[in-house]
Design a protein. Sequence first.
Length: 446
Amino acid sequence: MTEVDFREDGAAALEWAARYLERVEQLPVLAQVRPGEVSERLPRSAPERPEPFADVLRDLDELLLPALTNWQHPRFFSYFAVTASEPGILAELIAATLNQVAIVWRASPASTELELRVVDWVRQLLGLPDGWHGHIEDTASTSTLAALIAARHVTGRNVVVCSEHAHSSVEKDARMLGMEVRKAPADQELRMRVEGYDLDDVAAVVATVGTTSFTSVDPVRELAERAHAAGTWLHVDAAYAGTWLHVDAAYAGTSWICEEERWSADGVELADSLTVNPHKWMLVPMDCSLVWTARPDEWREAFSLVPEYLRTSDDAYALSEYGPALGRRFRSFKLWAVLRCYGAERLRAIVREHIRLAELFTGWVEESDEWELVAPQRFSLVCFRRVGTDEENERLLERVNASGEIFINHTKLDGSYVLRLAIGNVRTTEVDVRRAWEVLNEEARR
Ligand SMILES: Cc1ncc(COP(=O)(O)O)c(C=O)c1O
């Protein structure tokens, strides 16, 4: 006896998934539960006896669905809005079915070689330099962690410099590695400034293209030139002297698929490493973070540790020698499926539409005396606030999110409260963005 009737239960699961995507728009965007409510309803221990898969689906509906924040909702405008597209979802099912654990090449030649190829497809689509080596990590946090490990290995130094607006993962990664973080101040346009900074003892400079709070763009070319002019490699075989430059383009990097958005890629060809997350704006389900390096040999040296039981006579390539994890999921399969089923043209059209919608919203904010733009609008994010106090804006945010109609979030700039509206779901249309504007105005006047 098997635990499920794979065909019948599988069909029910697929039907559940299809129905969810059809009706997600009718569900509240933000989960309307209080902390602990789900835990109270979940059994305290695992069942002794088998239960039917149908019961799992029933409890998904009854217990979990009301406690889901619906990231696939077209009016999810929080953090960076994302999409798990249908080709990606189906590919996840197949990847789980195949359960490839690509520890070394022979453990999954297909997964190893497909990963290299599709990551290279994305490199080409984004206009990144030939010859870069890329692979997939789970998240940008891990990609940046790996970059800092490589930087420290190569330079023998222990300091990381990033902008005050860099993502918290940079600081967390450095902290986990026992590295010191120095935060550089930003200019009026929220771009990292480096003048006056001595980089001689610095292992890595992390530049961000599309900061999380404001989508500002650090001056990558200038940072690269300064980094590479600083200090000397300790590594004996190193080709040049300098500090490692890592670029975090986790969200905004996807926009480079459109030629007209490549203004923000200026200088990235000088980077030592770069990360972009297809699970943010390239329609790939969590998790899929790409990291490339211009220095594959040094990078590999930082990670390669092959125990006896993994040594093979074919001496083929192992992606586990390029990152922290040994076991690797077949993540390239969903990226492959998304790239093939959408095609670059359609992906470009989606990115352009999201940017257009953000520009439209920005226009409404600018035309109104009751609202103000807080930072220049870049990519598909709008940072704005209601003219008034921080407390009024904070209460407004709580009310619009409690409505269940839209979900936005906040950040702070120089201590003052900022509302963020991020567009990134493939289902989001102009109607949804107009509705967001109406909800904000209705709640503000209430
Ligand atoms: C610019 C930037 N870098 C890194 C991250 C961390 O991403 P992940 O969740 O993949 O670790 C984020 C998350 O939003 C981000 O916006």
